[in-house]
Design a protein around this ligand. Sequence first.
Ligand code: NAD
Length: 499
Amino acid sequence: MNQLSHFIDGQNVTGNSGRFGDIFNPATGEVQAHVPFASESEVDDAVQSAGQAQVSWAGTNPQRRARVMMEFVRLLQRDMDKLAATLSREHGKTLADARGDVQRGLEVAEFCIGTPHLLKGEFTASAGSGIDMYSMRQPIGVAAGITPFNFPAMIPIWKLAPAISCGNAFILKPSERDPSVPLMLAELMQEAGLPDGILQVINGDKQTVDAILGHPDIGAVGFVGSTPVAQAVYSQATAAGKRAQCFGGAKNHMVIMPDADLDQAVDALVGAGYGAAGERCMAVSVAVPVGENTANDLISRLIPRVENLKVGPYTAGDDVDYGPLITKDAKERVLRLIESGVHEGAELVVDQRSFSLQGYENGFFVGPHLFDHVTDDMQIYREEIFGPVLSTVRADTYEDAVNLVTDNEYGNGVAIFTRDGDTARDFTDRINVGMVGINVPIPVPLAYHTFGGWKKSIFGDLNQHGIDAFRFYTRTKTVTSRWPSGIKEGAVLNFPTLD
Ligand code: NAD
């Protein structure tokens, strides 16, 4: 059995807590590795040495830190196939999708090559007589990231690259379901020239997360995962005086207007609804056709497309559209939710509840499902399913569609498909969702914009990547300076003004 490790002070370190988790091959259902779960004292050791290493890293000029990131990008490109294969073996997503996972992370590391520019700060000459004023961005010290299973390359890089570029040391606690790629990322950072201790990968579960959140020397926590955990981590971290940004779950709608190009809309729904088995926080899980004719036409075009999706292991290459879910529990939960939809009266127009894949009967595969006539009080509408299940909620009017999206408790992504510029403009203006697509189903912003939802999809103020990441991982210090030649008056007891 393959025994995974932690990565501490530039070395792979076997854990000593005596606690381990199983890593499955989701396609076969077999356990393929064990991962150690770090104890509180192991977390403490890693934070201590990270704190010591951080001092000289923060003193390394930003251009040199950026060069490490530049080399990291090159190494990610060099090892793309190896990373993607490892990622697919643990996560189950197709190889093409795994490459996209690495690529979207790489692009944030690429953005971080601009660190010297991004950290320049602000300067005002002669803010008062003989007085200059400047603001600088200084690192937090030791920051931590807690990441989900569904993007085991992209999201760790979204956290570690900006944090480290800003001069912090970083403690990464990746998902215990697929930690091999995060461990490989740490080795690549080391090869790129990162000093020992600046990136520590600590594996574990809730107990390990609690040790991170309770550690007094960790100044900032970035979390991505499900909403209940995001909310709890945010409360715990901020109550302990840490800066926190916690990104949660989603229920993303796609509104299809009567004037939309329906073929384009169907392509978009198939890709965004079922890609990666629906295990994406930006997956479209609710189709909202406006008007009876649009709904009937959409459903009749969708059914054959969904029925013909090819489900299988990543090893089948291009013959597969999507792979298994991450665990047996995840599969059983999705199947339970499908049953609840049927029970509550939704119409299951593509029903693959009996789906089984020959030769992979113990894998965590779920066939594609399509619901019509879903209503907003049903469990399948209210909960994030995180599986290959698309729900159709029919809206009578555009206003009904807007109200449905507005009233939903999540606000990560949303899309509208229309040919009408006025409608698209009105929609983007009024909708209370963080990322909006116009004829684009998965509007994930590029690295130099920021990523984040609204409502219960986020706890905290700043988004991920783009300029917000540089704000999150630094503190502002503002200096007002005057040299002796400018000091003319005596003691001033009034509150100073510079006019
Ligand atoms: P999860 O909440 O189960 O786990 C996320 C991380 O938290 C993992 O590292 C896990 O070990 C840790 N964790 C789990 N339970 C915990 C607890 N009780 N206390 C403390 N830590 C705990 O999420 P997941 O299943 O790994 O990922 C899927 C979820 O992540 C979905 O809800 C998805 O929408 C969301 N997600 C959101 C975004 C975003 O940017 N908004 C991006 C990707 C995924």
